[in-house]
Design a protein around this ligand. Sequence first.
Ligand code: DLL
Length: 438
Amino acid sequence: MNASAGNGSCLHPAQETMPREQLAALQLERLRATVKNAYDNVPLHRSRLDAAGVRPEDIRSLADVQQLPFTLKTDLRDHYPFGMFARPRAELARLHASSGTTGKPTVVGYTMRDLDNWADLMARSLHAGGARRGDVVHNAYGYGLFTGGLGAHYGAERLGATVVPMSGGSTERQVSLIMDFGARVLCSTPSYALAIAEVAEQQGVNLARDSSLGVGMFGAEPWSDAMRVEIEARLGLRAVDVYGLSEIMGPGVACECEQRNGLHGWEDHFLFEVIDPDTGRPVADGEPGELVITTLTKEALPMLRYRTRDITRVSTAPCGCGRTHARILRVTGRNDDMLIIRGVNVYPSQVEAVLVGLEGVAPHYQLVVERHGALDHVTIEAEAQPGLEPSAFDALARRIGHQIKTMLGISADVVVKRPGEIPRSQGKAVRVRDLRPK
Ligand code: DLL
């Protein structure tokens, strides 16, 4: 680990405000080294590059990245557990893995230097979001194989904060420790932040008024601006969006700054592209498409053009904060999560944006997908706010249906549930219950 651990001097504003030409030159140098690392050490990359007729020395400009074949999540599964690593297992300092609900989990590995860079980038993200050295950081991301817990933990330590390694769960205890230890920063999924707020309210604790919370670093799942407003009101903090994925690193790949107008993707360590998911071709700057990421400094798991499945837009327009790194605009959802409701494409986060903030509706919901004959059928399950009489549920369902029709242009079936009936998450919320036969 480098000497900057814990004193906040891991932050180098010059790296974040580097002129874009200089950033591009650094990216090219690192891209060449990454392709060489992948070619020399990972048989899959070597055979794919050979088949495409590309040698590492052919990469002469950043645009040459487009010659590289894409890498998919299935590649990691197919080479389970260690087949994509560019370093011998004995040189790896840590492994993380996805839960692998469908088939084998995806396993990712890090050298000590990879972990060091990750801590720096997460510290940079926390700082951009408003966390400061000396803050108490209450970390409610799950610890373990999920990258959220340890990623935020080491980033906060690197920043020089005092970390409370709480993990998810024991929600009542979360509330008391936030109060007793004077947490200023809360790290959790946005859905779990709401669950914490709800339990606090049930305990008669007013976090917005009485806690020291000032900043929330929320990510790991899509969330809408309406959800941001709700969370800020109930927790009394400034809610910041942080993005990442385990295949590329973990949390801290991109983060909002004080402007909150897109998430700065840390371009000294990653090369971002946005492609049309159907054709694989790049879209114009600022247009929506699938985010594709190439790592530029990863030793153990270099990733060439990893298809994230996340739908977003990237803008290289200057940001008011002075940082020059491109901004990834809020991830609206994943390709895989897109629903087709009576012929119209919809992401759960778009439904969320309509539901949250509607009078009488609690910010908890699920979309249930069933197969009726040859057609998919989607029901929106919303939850009534405490105190609403069950006799008013039908009228509320009609009002929600009308609002969904007006805002999203789809006719959806809506069911209103009693308070507490929609399951609460401790990590990533389950927004879609897919009951279609497999
Ligand atoms: O969720 C890493 C992380 C932990 C990010 C904590 C932020 C905070 P995975 O479990 O590999 O890693 O899941 C990655 O989650 O491809 C997105 O689909 C989604 N995701 C992550 N952050 C955001 C975000 C972590 N801010 C997948 N907005 C990604 C929307 C997000 N989706």
